[in-house]
Design a protein around this ligand. Structure first.
Ligand SMILES: [Fe+2]
Length: 291
């Protein structure tokens, strides 16, 4: 039997901010999502970079089922053993982003603590994850917000001289799992995850261009010295991180957010260490980037 296609107009879609993001209301993700609704959700996400649904009660299966609307779920990628500070849990199919400790005082999840600068997930591999999801389980009384910045707007707002300096170039994306500030180039690159990506990335869904640079993980611009590269990266980051280009999400338990790693950056604000913060993370596979 043919599936009845729904249009976007049938979903209750509300902007989260002038710069980026939408919230979808009146949908229960613990129930099966029909194909037309799934298509409308996917279109709304690709166009707006982030898509929030609040008040959801999702077990692991429901979270995975929701994720599959947007693409193929990626296998969990764990840091190298020597850089892994948390307890390995091979039976858990989902990454726990949590500061919870076990009885021996070891972290039960990863990326648990503190502020994290603007970045985009897995930009330092050949096929970055296309999308990431966070589902909020336990949230502190203050802080631990996630900020999202539009890389579409970042591209559109580049002054002509800066755009000309970056046109057709590649950017070295790099990540050191042990750090929450930029890694240093004064160490052998082969010890770190790194990949040269196009500076300007064409989004496969919207065909819009985004400037694929972040202060945390972009290290070098092709054809420029370290110092010149840092100046260019900071100039772009100042534009991308402008207040009017950001939506800051204040989490509540039951929120599920999906973001497009090709068209936005995300960052995390600090929160009191003694308060627990736990979210469940899933990612969607991506392809090699097109400039
Ligand atoms: Fe991230």
């Amino acid at each position: 039997m043919a599936t009845q296609l729904k249009s976007n107009a049938e979903l209750d879609i509300i902007p989260l901010s002038p710069a980026i993001g939408v919230e979808v209301k009146g949908i229960d993700l613990s129930q099966p999502i029909d194909e037309g609704t799934g298509q409308a959700l996917r279109q709304a996400w690709a166009k707006n970079s982030i898509l929030l649904v609040r008040g959801q009660d999702l077990d692991y299966d429901a979270q995975f089922a929701y994720a599959r609307i947007y693409g193929d779920v990626a296998a969990r990628v764990k840091p190298p053993v020597e850089k892994r500070s948390y307890r390995a849990d091979p039976d858990n199919p989902m990454q726990l982003v949590t500061n919870e400790l076990d009885d021996e005082g070891k972290p039960v999840g990863s990326l648990g603590d503190g502020e994290m600068w603007f970045h985009t997930d897995k930009c330092y591999v050949g096929k970055p994850h296309r999308a990431s999801f966070l589902y909020a389980v336990e949230i502190p009384s203050e802080g631990g917000h996630t900020k999202f910045a539009s890389l579409y707007n970042g591209y559109d707002r580049l002054p002509n001289d800066l755009r000309a300096k970056l046109e057709g170039r590649k950017v070295l994306q790099m990540y050191d799992y042990t750090k929450t500030e930029p890694g240093s180039l004064n160490q052998p690159l082969e010890n770190l995850l790194h990949y040269w990506q196009p500076v300007f990335v064409t989004n496969p869904d919207t065909k819009r261009k985004a400037v694929y640079i972040s202060r945390l993980m972009s290290m070098r611009i092709e054809g420029y010295s370290d110092e010149e590269s840092r100046e260019l990266i900071n100039a772009v980051a100042d534009i991308v991180e402008a207040e009017d280009n950001i939506y800051e999400h204040v989490w509540k338990p039951g929120d599920i957010m999906i973001w497009d790693n090709l068209s936005c950056l995300h960052a995390r604000t600090d929160w009191p260490r003694e308060q627990r913060r736990t979210l469940r993370r899933v990612t969607i596979k991506g392809d090699a980037l097109v400039g």
